[in-house]
Design a protein around this ligand. Sequence first.
Ligand code: ADP
Length: 285
Amino acid sequence: MTILSDPPVTSSNVVRTAAAPAATGAASLPAGPEEVAFEIKDFCLWYGARQALHEVTISIPAKKVTAIIGPSGCGKSTFLRALNRMHEVTPGTRLTGSLRLFGADLYSQGVEPAVVRRRVGMVFQKSNPFPTLSIGENVLVGLRLNGVRDRALLQQRLEQSLRQAALWEEVKDHLNRPGVSLSGGQQQRLCIARALAVQPEVLLMDEPCSALDPLATAKIEELIQTLREQYTVIIVTHNMQQAARCSDRTAFFYLGKLIEYDETRRIFTTPSNPQTEAYVSGRFG
Ligand code: ADP
């Protein structure tokens, strides 16, 4: 199926950045067009009879970091999982609305969930290296499952992915050690390397630092800054400071609804919705 091949950038999947051009000088060039990665319209999701997402409409830009914030149970993870069709494995889940990635409908008939997951990688709250696999094998497992046998290519992707995940220097001399022998923060970067090895376009991160100490968290946040040069990154976090530090855009969810979505700076300084204001100023949640 070729439904998921990238369409050309067209006026329908390009939006202008919200920032107004500055007044003068070289830095004042008008903001260029911004490519949209996810175009989501009226997206609803039910677990059995219970509705977890209500008519979410949002355009998520490519090669930027978008943070999803909101109190526990408001649908952040549900929304993130919908972006790579992870709900397929949850019996009784039903969804309506449309969800497009670079113009292609991710839920259209004939689109294989496995193909979607190759394009949209995911890293979870708790790092989950395969316990019986070495560091190197953990990184390459997705490529091997996809039938890649070319040793030179595997070696090249191994080094590239570990470098992208800022882990290469720490592990290059013991790639045969078990993945689970690494520290918690290293294991999370190993999982990021594993997700990157299949060269996705999008990286979803569900509370990637919640089990990590401040130093390991800082490393992951630094890494997110470099990943945005090549990938569209979407991160769910309950840590508002983290969202403020490392994202370009922030979406605030409450009770399964998208309440507000804007430049991160605006969400945390001058949000337009009183519920967002109450949440970011710590009045509930
Ligand atoms: P958040 O990530 O913001 O904490 P979730 O997306 O995990 O919120 O959950 C949103 C709502 O959906 C909650 O009420 C939660 O209990 C419910 N929910 C989440 N996963 C499931 C599931 N697999 N089956 C039934 N209900 C679920």
